[in-house]
Design a protein around this ligand. Structure first.
Ligand code: CA
Length: 222
């Protein structure tokens, strides 16, 4: 399970955000001050850290610099005021991987968190391993745990990759469409069903479940 550290001193923001992140399938620990964040972030427990910059005891930028000075490369998404470009630049210089401007919609934060995690998985192995499958990004192929390997078309690949990045989440056809096709695509969302069935023929019937009228779930629903 992907484990996140959520660093935010404002409880009225932190608590609902923690619930949203947990709903999205992440395990979430919290920190409310800079010194606590710095300590926890160096424990090596986290796949990603969401870091507010305005923090008591030690500012977020100093916390981030302290991690990077220790060669701690944990992916970090910073939270900054939306119009404060200066903080954003300083954040990137200090080694942030991405930022989200406050106020933000939780879906935006989730999308950025997923993208950063995906990038870091790719950098470390070039492969994505979820639910007994290993997706090879270079060769657009997938291997089942027992060793059987299948080539994928580019549409099958993009669809399976999105499913594997969101295990246990209910994904609607239109959500899948957005991640499989370009934005301007005029394709009917029923094509998703066609591609889901193709993946099932290759990977087995049980891996992707249909929730009638709602969408699809890869693996066990959370
Ligand atoms: Ca704050």
């Amino acid at each position: 399970m992907v484990r996140l550290l959520l660093v935010e001193d404002d409880e009225s923001l932190r608590l609902p955000l923690k619930m949203d992140l947990e709903k999205a399938g992440y395990a979430v620990d919290e920190a409310g001050s800079g010194d606590e964040a710095e300590y926890l972030g160096n424990e090596g427990l986290y796949d990603l850290i969401i870091l507010d910059l305005g923090l008591p005891v030690k500012p977020g930028l100093d916390v981030l610099r302290a991690w990077r000075q220790k060669d701690n490369t944990v992916p970090v998404v910073i939270l900054t005021a939306r119009d404060d470009w200066n903080q954003r630049v300083l954040g990137f210089k200090a080694g942030a991987d991405d930022y989200v401007g406050k106020p933000f919609h939780v879906e935006e934060l989730l999308a950025r968190v997923r993208a950063v995690i995906h990038r870091s998985i790719k950098q470390s192995t070039g492969e994505l391993c979820v639910g007994g499958l290993t997706l090879d990004e270079q060769n657009q192929s997938v291997r089942i745990t027992d060793g059987q390997k299948y080539e994928l078309t580019s549409t099958e690949f993009r669809l399976l990759r999105y499913l594997m990045l969101n295990p246990g989440r209910l994904l609607s056809k239109s959500q899948l469409m957005e991640h499989v096709y370009d934005f301007d695509s005029d394709k009917d969302s029923n094509v998703i069903e066609v591609y889901i069935n193709r993946l099932r023929r290759k990977l087995g019937k049980t891996l992707i479940k249909t929730y009638r009228g709602q969408g699809y779930v890869f693996g066990e629903r959370r």
